[in-house]
Design a protein around this ligand. Structure first.
Ligand SMILES: Nc1ncnc2c1ncn2[C@@H]1O[C@H](COP(=O)(O)OP(=O)(O)O)[C@@H](O)[C@H]1O
Ligand SMILES: [Mg+2]
Length: 361
């Protein structure tokens, strides 16, 4: 059988550039060379694409020749930027670019236009899951448990900051969490313990996004479930994050070595089953395809379980939570990659069979 030509697209313009390179390195090492012909496509911090072979280190590809992917459906061919010469062909792309421009649907839309199958959620699912405020509205509308929250627009804040603060405090009380609606990695997020801290927190979040989500702060354990599949998604065992910080902030995620990942999480079978059920419902509701990591809060006082967020592109190094949850559920890291590529090809085939035009009669 001919090898499947896989392009790993990684790097990108967000603060998670380095994390993405680490994920690409793990993926490259795990893809079976007898089944796949791998190409590395590194996106620089300036947003330029560079192409290199699997013999290069992923970070070195940033120095390799620059290419582009023309939006010519069906060609699946990368061409060099100077001269437009063919530079490589791919059958499927593994996009592992986190944050804005990577997991928010824009890269997915670009790949749709180019007609290249890709791993993970499509345009709509990616865009919804990236937006914490839309996510919350959709989950709440279906009666799924979410922490009470409210939306503040940066424009409202500029027009009447005092009124915004009063409304937030009267609706949600204290403590609060203030977050830019469309970011990840805890960037721009603050915990607010007093009224005086609210305005600076809103202003900080408004630096990153025109829309801000404010939530009641819960004292909670942080539990996560991995979901895999297209129309028949499956859920893993749960895991737990123990940040050893005030909350799971940027430093606890990427710098502090004290953050613990417990896999599986020490929870009862009944709670694990409820989490799996909620995770799959949330995944379907938020147009999940391929994969997502579904994050929960378990209130330490009341034992209430809340859905926090769904991540269409979870951290993907071999020691990241998402692959570890599958490992603990009986699916190794290489087998997980095989499955994700299979799901991407299945989805592309399904979409290809759809009618694109309508003929009367
Ligand atoms: N309502 C909340 N109550 C308590 N802690 C919260 C709340 N919202 C967020 N946090 C803390 O902030 C972290 C990051 O928030 P999250 O909404 O998951 O954003 P991100 O997409 O950046 O991961 C969470 O993992 C948790 O530690
Ligand atoms: Mg999170």
């Amino acid at each position: 059988m001919a090898k499947i030509r896989v392009g790993i697209v990684y790097g990108g313009r967000s603060v998670e550039h380095e994390v993405s390179i680490a994920s690409a390195t793990s993926i490259l090492q795990a893809l079976d060379p007898s089944r796949y012909e791998v190409q590395l496509i590194a996106i620089s911090k300036e947003g330029r694409w560079h192409l290199g072979g699997p013999d290069l280190l992923p970070e070195a590809v940033l120095e390799a020749p620059e290419v582009t992917l023309p939006a010519i459906p069906g060609e699946r061919r990368l061409v060099s930027v100077d001269g437009g010469q063919p530079a490589g062909e791919v059958d499927v792309i593994v996009p592992i670019v986190h944050g804005t421009g990577g997991e928010d649907g824009s890269l997915q839309g670009f790949l749709e236009l180019a007609g290249v199958p890709y791993v993970g959620a499509g345009v709509l699912g990616s865009a919804i899951q990236m937006d914490k405020e839309v996510t919350k509205r959709l989950l709440a509308a279906e009666g799924l448990p979410v922490v009470p929250g409210t939306c503040v627009r940066a424009s409202q804040l500029r027009a009447d900051s005092r009124g915004c603060c009063e409304r937030v405090i009267s609706e949600l009380g204290l403590p609060l969490f203030v977050k830019p609606a469309g970011l990840g990695s805890s960037v721009g997020i603050s915990k607010v313990a007093s009224v005086a801290e609210l305005l600076p927190a809103l202003e900080e979040a408004a630096r990153y996004d025109a829309k801000i989500l404010v939530e009641h702060g819960v004292d909670a354990r942080e539990l996560e479930i991995a979901v895999l599949g297209n129309d028949e998604p499956e859920a893993s065992v749960p895991g737990e994050i123990v940040p050893h910080a005030e909350f799971y902030d940027y430093e606890a995620k990427y710098v502090a070595e004290s953050t613990e990942l417990l896999v599986p999480a020490p929870v009862s079978d009944a709670l694990a089953a409820r989490m799996r059920e909620l995770a799959i419902r949330a995944y379907r509701l938020l147009e999940g395809q391929g994969m997502a990591r579904v994050d929960f809060f378990l209130d330490r006082e009341t034992d209430e379980l809340w859905l926090n967020e769904v991540n269409s592109l979870p951290g993907f190094t071999e020691v990241s939570m998402y692959p570890r949850l599958w490992q603990a559920s009986g699916l190794s890291y290489p087998a997980l990659l095989d499955r994700l590529i299979e799901l991407a090809l299945e989805r592309a085939q399904r979409d290809q069979s759809l009618e694109r035009s309508y003929r009367l009669g």
